[in-house]
Design a protein around this ligand. Structure first.
Ligand code: SF4
Ligand code: SF4
Length: 313
């Protein structure tokens, strides 16, 4: 099954869980959390906003956010790639591929050059990435989502209301589901049944790159997932077609986050990886994998020189 179909199924699972919560009144599935009764895995931004708006913090909320942080540290930014309802709207409206296109326009790392040079290049990249990870706590000012996040935090503190929740496409999507549920179960019609989808569509039409330029939830998950060390995609340079001289960019073109696994310094940081598996699925050389613990792959001269004998295309 294609990764996109798998993600569609996962998204449908969220839909089912929220619907079951509504049907059986378990407390499962509110606009910002999933859980049982007062205990719920809560959206990290909703948690921050609630705490700032109410100037207080409850124990269940603390447990909920701890759970979410733990899941994100282990699994990375899977929420954005597998569960967030906004990704389906984004895909439907065609705003998905811009980050990949931007990255694919950049030159590739030529691993068909002299093996010694490649080895030095890869080592430089690996060392550079370590440096980036060490700098992980320092937000990158060029990413507009950090500024949105800061604005949300400050405005919530000043006005005492969770500002972003009012326009959050995730909350609006779940809100719409609740409206539809009320319509079917109680024949109850509210004006939000039209307003919520209109706002969602407007957000993704006007801000086609919502997920990459606006969404503070995505960047918050990205910050937490800088601690993630498991299930990170890696390239086996011995299998990569670039080693044969082919200017392959399939993995780069497929990545919705604009990550070039060959260029960790010159592309989106690996911490924003949503584990969507698109890069694995498209690679013609089966060179990309997402192992539990990625090996730090540094090709040996012999690995690469074996490719030097192959015909260039
Ligand atoms: S898609 Fe596979 S073969 Fe092509 S550049 Fe990426 S890793 Fe290499
Ligand atoms: S690096 Fe691969 S798994 Fe990660 S977001 Fe990009 S395409 Fe998906």
């Amino acid at each position: 099954m294609k990764p996109s179909a798998q993600r569609m199924l996962a998204g449908a699972g969220v839909f089912v869980v929220v619907s079951l919560g509504l049907a059986f009144r378990t407390g499962l599935g509110t606009p910002a959390s999933f859980g049982l009764g007062v205990f719920a895995a809560i959206c990290p931004l909703a948690w921050i906003q609630e705490a700032l708006a109410s100037r207080s913090m409850t124990v269940p909320a603390l447990i909920g956010i701890t759970l979410v942080i733990a899941i994100t540290v282990v699994l990375g930014r899977v929420w954005c790639g597998w569960l967030c309802p906004a990704q389906f709207v984004r895909r439907f409206l065609g705003g998905r591929g811009q980050a990949a296109k931007d990255q694919a326009d950049k030159p590739t790392l030529d691993i068909s050059m002299d093996p010694e040079e490649v080895q030095a290049d890869v080592q430089r990249i690996v060392a550079g990435e370590r440096k980036r990870v060490r700098r992980a706590s320092i937000p990158e000012g060029s990413d507009s989502r950090y500024w949105v996040l800061l604005a949300v935090v400050i405005s919530t503190f000043i006005f005492g209301v969770p500002v972003f929740c009012l326009i959050c496409p995730i909350g609006l999507s779940v809100g719409l589901l609740i409206d539809l549920w009320r319509l079917i179960q109680y024949n109850e019609v509210t004006w939000t049944i039209l307003v919520f989808p209109a706002i969602i569509v407007l957000e993704f039409v006007i801000f086609r790159r919502w997920c990459h330029t606006i969404c503070p939830i995505g960047i918050l998950y990205g910050l937490i997932s800088r601690l993630n060390r498991t299930w990170r995609p890696q390239v086996d340079y011995r299998k990569c077609l670039r080693a044969t001289g082919i200017d392959c960019k399939e993995c780069v073109k497929s990545c919705p986050e604009g990550i070039d696994l060959h260029h960790p310094l010159d592309s989106a940081d690996i911490s924003v990886c949503t584990k969507c598996r698109e890069c694995v699925a498209v690679c013609p050389g089966s060179a990309v994998s997402i192992p539990f613990l990625a090996k730090e792959f540094t090709p040996s001269s012999s690995d690469l020189s074996s490719h030097q004998d192959q015909p260039r295309r």
